[in-house]
Write a protein that binds this ligand. Structure first.
Ligand SMILES: [Zn+2]
Length: 156
C-alpha cells in the first residue's frame, strides 16, 4: 500500500500551501505574523476552495486540511486542447468548468497549446492535468464537514 505524501510549502512569511503527492494543492494556510490565528482554505479535487474554521497554529491547519482531504479522491483533470476562440487556442477542462475556474490563457497555435496547457492548467487551478481526446468532468466537490465555499478573492 502506498501511503499518501503530504508536503507543506511556505511562500514568504504569510502563506503555506499543502500538497498531496507533490502534485495536488489540497489546502492553503494564511498565517500573517501579526495574527494570532491561522486561516484555513481547503482545495477539493476539482479546484473548488472552501473556507474552514480558523485554527491556532500551522500544525492545526495542516491536520484539518489533511483530515478533510481523506474524504476525496484526487486525480489529474482530463483536458483537451484546440478549441479556437477570438483570443487564440484555448484549453478545455470540464472539471474546472464545473468548479467555476476560468482557464484564461490562450495560445497562438496548437503546438504552443500542447506544450504549455498542462503547466498553465496547474498554475491556474492547482491540480495536475492529462491531455485526452474527450475529457470528462469529474464533477463539483461537495464541501467537507465544517466548510463552506469561498468567493473571497484574498483566498483564491
Ligand atoms: Zn481542470
Amino acid at each position: 500500500m502506498n501511503l499518501p505524501k503530504y508536503t507543506r510549502f511556505q511562500y514568504g512569511h504569510d502563506e503555506s500551501r499543502i500538497f498531496l503527492d507533490d502534485a495536488h494543492v489540497i489546502g492553503i494556510l494564511d498565517h500573517p505574523r501579526e495574527d494570532s490565528e491561522v486561516r484555513v482554505t481547503f482545495c477539493g479535487p476539482s479546484g473548488t476552495r472552501f473556507a474552514m474554521p480558523a485554527v491556532e497554529d500551522i500544525t492545526g491547519g495542516v491536520s484539518s486540511i489533511i483530515t478533510a482531504s481523506l474524504h476525496y479522491d484526487y486525480r489529474a483533470h482530463e483536458i483537451a486542447i484546440g478549441y479556437v476562440s477570438a483570443r487564440g487556442y484555448g484549453v478545455c477542462c470540464p472539471t474546472c468548468h464545473t468548479a467555476g475556474t476560468v482557464l484564461s490563457r490562450f495560445y497562438d497555435c496548437p503546438f504552443e497549446a500542447q506544450e504549455r496547457a498542462v503547466a498553465d492548467h496547474e498554475d491556474l487551478c492547482g491540480q495536475p492535468a492529462v491531455v485526452v481526446a474527450k475529457p470528462v468532468s469529474r464533477g463539483p466537490d461537495r464541501p467537507p464537514p465544517n466548510a463552506w465555499p469561498t468567493e473571497d478573492p484574498d483566498r483564491s
